[in-house]
Ligand binder design. Structure first.
Ligand SMILES: [Fe+2]
Length: 134
């Protein structure tokens, strides 16, 4: 499943949209290299960026939603914890040289994009628009 960046993916907060776009580019890179092996630079680089993303992007998003008293914050936090846990597990599996990592990473990111960025994140974007916080 090759995904395309869509303007409807935007949440209306420039910093967060830029971070989402960066992560989308990681996914595009993975999709462009389905043959990438677990010990390849593209996998190491993708995991590196996702680890960084899990830190900076989630922190920024959570601070904004907390300030806006977003009623589904707990759900959002749980999604972020899940992301961080899966990325950490994939980093560990990469260190162990597990062959399945590239495919697992790509399919995790595709699902995350569809369910989290296009699902959960769009729900908070609608809430922020309603409250005119953006
Ligand atoms: Fe997000």
């Amino acid at each position: 499943m090759d995904l395309m960046w869509n303007d409807a993916d935007c949440v209306g907060v420039p910093e967060l949209d830029l971070q989402h776009q960066r992560i989308f580019n990681v996914l595009v890179g993975l999709q462009a290299h389905p043959e990438a092996r677990v010990d390849s630079e593209i996998i190491a680089d993708a995991l590196d960026q996702l680890t960084h993303f899990g830190d900076t992007h989630f922190r920024a998003e959570e601070a904004l939603l907390r300030a806006a008293e977003y009623p589904r914050l707990d759900e959002q936090l749980a999604g972020h914890r899940h992301f961080r846990r899966v990325v950490a597990e994939l980093c560990f599996a990469t260190t162990a040289g597990a062959d399945g990592v590239p495919l697992q990473l790509r399919s995790f990111l595709e699902t995350w994009w569809m369910e989290h960025v296009r699902g959960a994140d769009q729900r908070y974007a609608a809430y922020l628009r309603e409250r005119s916080c953006t």
